[in-house]
Write a protein that binds this ligand. Sequence first.
Ligand SMILES: [Fe+2]
Ligand SMILES: [Fe+2]
Length: 352
Amino acid sequence: MKTMEAAMAKTPQAYFQEVARYKTEPLWMRLAEVLTNEPPVRALPCLWRYADIRPLLLRAGELLTAAEAERRVLMLMNPGLEGEVAATQTLYAGLQLILPSEIAPTHRHSPAAFRFIVEGEGAYTSVNGERLIMHPGDLILTPAWAWHDHGNETDAPTVWLDGLDVPLVKGLGAVFAQPYAAGTHPVARPDNASLGLYGAGGMLPLGAAHDGPHSPLPIYPWKQARTALEQAGAPTTPHDGVIFEYVNPLTGGPIFPTMSAYVQMLRPGEQTRRHRHMSSHVMHVVSGSGVSIIGDARLEWRAKDTFAQPGWMWHEHRNLSASELAFLFSFSDRPVLERCGLYREEDRGPQG
Ligand SMILES: [Fe+2]
Ligand SMILES: [Fe+2]
């Protein structure tokens, strides 16, 4: 600040006007703004209650069809990001509804997407002609530039959480999207065919190869995730309880180059140790109830709620129940930060 004031005093006003005329600006006047000691966190910790949003989503179902809307979604907007389509600085989240007999038309886009199923049994997402059948708690991927549509041949509404890397891809100026010219992509393979190939648990087809940067496994069933968590027994990290990452079975790496996804379990009364990291996360409560302290905010969550945990903010989670397990799904931008050498993590220790 002192440097800036001294520089200001020594620089004639006319100089600033003259450099501006040539579309330049003195860095020395804005150095502290450009190179901050720590990242300024614009996103806010924020909770979206399913009990508030579900009725509004169902009302949207009365107002317009899935075909009319193309995607009938209520986006989760972070109030710190001033109208940007973003739940955190890099991640998009939304709740999508599809009613019985509806099909959300086929399209594709360069941002990668996944669905985490919140309610409804038996609807599907079709990815490049393979239908992936939805059950609550399943994670279904639609990688960048893959044709996809959603259909509901059941007699109940289906809702899922959409997660996309839209803010990140938009920041890179790399958003492309395209509708499928012929309406709906034809069915090209048996339902869940890729689950048989890549989801056999520790086994892969001999010589399996895959040319994309994303996981070849497009569906991660809840049943497997829950079994893994329950069988783990002890916490896998002091900051998360028992936590597993959904991985690409060919590489052991994240599901997408831009986003990783996790599922975690907090035992009754369990309190995690406070820490912070560069990655931002959107957290979704599968079941149970608890509280997360994120920065100065105290977010009390219940089943099916979703909340934003901005990057570089101290946070801790607690299962408030004395008898019930709490299960949380989350996704983050960690792969990008790690790949770019920008990932950092700090532990505030047991006293927090
Ligand atoms: Fe899409
Ligand atoms: Fe964390």
